[in-house]
Design a protein around this ligand. Sequence first.
Ligand code: BDR
Ligand code: CA
Length: 323
Amino acid sequence: PPSFLYDCDTGVDDALTLLYLASLVRAGEAKLVGVGTVHGNIDPLTGALNTIRVLEAAGVHAGDVPHGEPGVPVAVGAARPMAQAVHFATDWHGTDGLGDTHLPEPVGRPAGESAAAQIVRLARTMPGELTLLATGPLTNLGAALLLDEELPSLLREVVVMGGAFDHPGNITTHAEANIWHDPEAADLVFAADWPIVLVPLDATHPTAVHDDWLDRLAAHDTPVARFAARILEFYADAYTPTLRRRGAVIHDALAAMLAADPDLGEYAHRPVRVELRGELTRGTTVWDARSLPAEDTRRPVKVAVGSDVAEFQERLLASIMSL
Ligand code: BDR
Ligand code: CA
């Protein structure tokens, strides 16, 4: 089974992704070797505590426990981007990052090392084995690349939720949030020589779930399903004006599912760059869409341009209900 190292900004859709990963772990279909958190939806310490809360709720032992067996390590990462001010997305995720549900303190505690150091350490411990799944701004991955120049050869694959190509942005006209929150870090990641799968808004937006899916979740009377339904209530309220009906785009879970089962996606292979200077376009992902031989010498990124929407929605719902 794949071994995941997950980097996120937990976050409603990140939390649902943790539930999906927990269901794979509990079914023996994946390993979760660590989680790192980063600024983005909320600050990284809140994100780490949220991560431990969600994993504990899903029955996965997480964090350090005094005098107990250590669980999945959860490391706090970068508190700010490389070259701009920090911004949080509390309008979308609530002041606690989990839809203002204000869950109690978790039992487990975050690890003593930084998320970037954890990436390097785990990649060195399991060379060639890890899938690094990133669904927040890419500051920790960028910092890890600066810490260890051999990192690209040590990972099996890097799967990133971020960017927008033919789809409009979700934070400016062209820019998607995870890239816009740290464009310099994102460009370092796309410039590195490692196999990247990028899951942009073009792929995630068509997977939006609506009333029928939300109602089926709300009707499932287990603690995990109740928690998922509650955090989604806040998130769906925030999404209603954009979608022009009640619903939610659970971006990060699509990236996780495509990492676990690539056959659910359709892909284009092109080098990707991030606009770092544009007055109106900073933080935008750019690819050369002309049908010419690529002039860009960067290693092509495998960009998801579509997915099996019905299968994604059913599997995500079933995974939450299984916990
Ligand atoms: C991305 O931005 C964040 O708010 C979400 O968690 C997701 O990772 C979507 O643009
Ligand atoms: Ca996220």
